[in-house]
Ligand binder design. Structure first.
Ligand code: NAG
Ligand code: NAG
Ligand code: NAG
Ligand code: NAG
Ligand code: NAG
Ligand code: ZN
Length: 545
């Protein structure tokens, strides 16, 4: 009975499959939705859990890519491809497993990237704006004893111990919070240059740029790519006043070159893409004084800076030479920055750049042996609102006919407030507060600021959960709602990293150590061992199981 109903529905569907018209004057009918529903059901029923060892691990972070960014980003890409938009699925939305990550920091309801990246990469949550140190370490207050006891190790270190090659690429500075959480241990994410560390704390800790090149695990990275020529000392003039320059006359880039005589330093797209990977021991790419330019306005010539997809391609080509596999972190770092400025269109383009980079990975690796995770560190105060018609331009107006015009995409706060408020006091009134968006000639420009309901110079992050999409070995560990730090635990289990509990260890396979069936004695033994391992890992020690 069940089988025949399924078959019937499927047949009805197949007999009248149709493609959505460009201008939706008529809509998908019963047969479309029956087919779509049944196809999805069949797809889910046919899934099997991939229990291979994750030889390679790639974590993509859309910085600030909350759920609204994904939904709006999907519609934006779908519309660019000529569809009505809503029906489109970004490539990572087609991954078989999805979970929700709770992003709060130990001391903040709404988090920042430093602490969220620390949670994802170290498996331990910490304080707001702190990197690679647990909650004992206080923001902007370095204490040698406390920092030593707080020091966390990261996925990159565990992967290196497992014999894998490691690295990261980002469109932000290589010293910015998200990548820094892979390799640095500092009481403030702002300590990217020596000049940023307060004088009375300079002998307590090194700046982030130095930690990247001088200390493990950064010093072992095979791939480091992004912006940040100022903190890296590649240039010693202040070209961009938004980012620090060094005052210790160190050229960290040159230090890297001296430590890696066979390493290749590249500074633009041409140099990166024409690189003879076979002859390079590792790659350092520093493509801008500050962050890389926004994707939509970057110089696409060889002299310009590479896209996230370009960097991802060369990174994978470099890393996959290791027979033990690799760990790579890829950050679309400027979704976040676009939102901070209320540049909704830029933010959607940056989501598109992330999708391109994910496609490169899908084309270059085998998902039977590669765990790919796509997630965000946190969300933004960004909404998709109103009553727009199906297929309406995602950057368009959302009001009901006859009502005051407003846009589908808006922010609860940020600099867009000033732009949208009528600034001529003689024209202001209780019902006359906002400029008419319908008549605004700047809409469509990527530098146009969307509406914000409350003024602050920098729009804020959002505190709701963010999605986690996963494919490949043990991607089924990413299910349900979990604390953000769990991501590192699941990755270590999938990749059999260092001394973490993993499926490679018989006692933990299929969660045997945790299952009800285990005898009290053995389960408490395992739990004790597990606690030991965790403490060991947290202290950066290696504890044998
Ligand atoms: C730079 O270094 C010089 C001499 O070492 C010092 O006098 C000056 O205050 C430093 N400037 C900054 C901004 O740290
Ligand atoms: C720093 O070193 C890099 C690599 O050797 C070099 O390309 C760059 O010009 C140096 N920068 C300065 C300011 O000397
Ligand atoms: C760099 O990436 C862009 C997409 O972002 C692509 O169009 C271009 O072909 C890539 N360049 C090279 C040399 O692969
Ligand atoms: C006021 O708004 C007009 C456009 O409506 C703009 O050209 C002008 O720069 C604004 N002035 C200030 C002080 O923001
Ligand atoms: C503003 O609009 C509201 C709702 O339409 C109306 O009740 C009110 O009288 C208006 N106030 C002024 C000053 O026009
Ligand atoms: Zn941010």
């Amino acid at each position: 009975m069940m089988v025949s109903t399924l078959l019937l529905c499927t047949l009805i569907g197949l007999s009248s499959s149709h493609i959505l018209p460009d201008v939706p004057t008529h809509f998908e009918d019963t047969s479309y939705w029956m087919k779509s529903g049944q196809e999805n059901l069949r797809k889910i029923l046919s899934l099997h859990d991939n229990e291979n060892q994750a030889r390679n691990i790639i974590i993509f972070i859309g910085d600030g890519m909350g759920m609204t960014s994904v939904t709006a980003g999907r519609i934006f890409q779908g519309q660019k491809k000529g569809g009505s938009g809503e029906e489109y699925k970004l490539n990572f939305e087609q991954f078989p497993n999805t979970g929700l990550s709770k992003t709060y920091n130990v001391d903040k309801q709404v988090p920042d990237s430093a602490a969220t990246a620390t949670a994802m990469f170290s498996g331990v949550k910490c304080r707001y704006k702190v990197i690679g140190l647990d909650s004992k370490a206080v923001f902007e207050h370095c204490d040698k004893t406390v920092n030593k006891r707080s020091r966390l190790s990261t996925i990159a270190e565990w992967a290196q111990v497992a014999g894998k090659d490691t690295g990261f690429v980002t469109t932000a500075r290589v010293t910015h919070a998200t990548p820094a959480a892979l390799y640095a241990h500092v009481n403030s994410r702002n300590w990217e240059c020596d000049t940023e560390i307060p004088n009375d704390q300079k002998d307590c800790t090194k700046d982030i740029a130095r930690q990247l090149v001088e200390d493990a695990p950064g010093s072992n990275f095979k791939v480091i790519m992004g912006g940040g020529a100022q903190p890296m000392g590649t240039i010693n003039r202040q070209i961009d006043t938004d980012v620090c320059i060094r005052n210790d006359s160190l050229n960290i880039t040159d230090l890297w070159q001296k430590k890696n005589p066979q390493g290749k330093f590249v500074a633009n797209t041409g140099e990166l893409m024409n690189l003879d990977i076979g002859s390079a021991s590792n790659i350092l790419g520093i493509f801008a004084p500050n962050h890389l330019p926004y994707h939509a306005v970057r110089d696409v010539s060889e002299k310009g800076s590479p896209s996230l997809a370009n960097m991802t391609l060369q990174a994978i080509r470099m890393l996959r030479r290791n027979k033990n596999g690799f760990f790579l972190m890829v950050e679309s770092g400027r979704i976040d920055m676009a939102h901070h400025s209320n540049y909704a269109k830029h933010a959607l383009h940056e989501v598109g750049a992330l999708e391109e980079a994910v496609q490169v990975a899908l084309d270059q690796v085998n998902v039977e042996e590669t765990l790919i995770i796509v997630t965000a560190d946190h969300s933004h105060a960004f909404t998709m609102n109103g009553y727009p018609e199906r297929g309406n331009d995602i950057l368009g107006l959302a009001n009901k006919p006859g009502d005051v015009a407003y846009e589908t995409l808006a922010y609860t706060n940020g600099p867009g407030f000033i732009y949208h408020r009528i600034n001529d006091t003689s024209l202001q009134g209780p019902n006359n507060t906002w400029r008419s968006v319908a008549d605004d000639p700047n809409r469509g420009d990527p530098w146009y600021r969307n509406f914000a309901g409350f003024y602050i110079e920098d729009e804020t992050h959002g505190g709701e959960d963010v999605p986690v999409y996963a494919v490949g070995p043990y991607s089924h560990l990413f299910r349900g709602t979990f604390e953000q730090n769990y991501i590192a635990h699941a990755v270590a289990y999938a990749g059999c990293l260092q001394n973490w509990p993993s499926h490679c260890d018989n006692s933990y396979h299929h969660g045997r150590a945790y299952s009800k069936g285990t005898t009290l004695a053995s389960s408490s033994l395992h739990l004790a061992t597990f606690a030991c391992v965790c403490v060991g890992i947290a202290l950066g020690n290696r504890v044998a199981l």
